[in-house]
Design a protein. Structure first.
Length: 135
């Protein structure tokens, strides 16, 4: 049974590994959406991990006071799982910030000049430093 589950997991990893794409996200809209999704996933992992750790702290040490059976295995499992979930969220927050910084970038572009009365010899556009932030 263990080998069956291991084979299913390895087969699933092999199939879903083709879903990873190496294409760069080019538009600021795609980058900001990816940043939002990563930030949400990080918050979910932090919230779930914190819930597991707090739950493990609330559970009493002994389950049955008459025979002395304890909850140490359950408490340890919940604590370790919660801490791993919290640690897993850190890379998501870091990549979210990196993608947000790439989405809000400074660029030097020519901007059109509004002239109600056009005078000959006047430039129609001027170089301008723009900051583009997708909201």
């Amino acid at each position: 049974m263990k080998t069956f589950f291991l084979a299913v997991i390895l087969l699933g990893m092999a199939i879903y590994s083709y879903g990873q794409s190496k294409s760069m996200l080019t538009t600021t809209q795609e980058l900001s959406e990816l940043s939002d999704l990563q930030f949400k996933a990080g918050l979910i992992l932090v919230g779930g991990g914190t819930t597991l750790v707090v739950t493990s702290l609330v559970i009493p040490r002994k389950f049955d006071y008459s025979d002395g059976s304890g909850n140490q295995r359950l408490r340890s499992f919940l604590t370790v799982t919660g801490l791993l979930s919290i640690m897993t969220s850190v890379p998501l927050f870091l990549s979210s910030g990196s993608n947000a910084r790439m989405a809000a970038q400074l660029s030097l572009q020519n901007q059109a000049v509004y002239q109600p009365i056009f005078l000959p010899g006047q430039p129609r556009d001027i170089p301008a430093l723009t900051l583009s932030i997708q909201l």
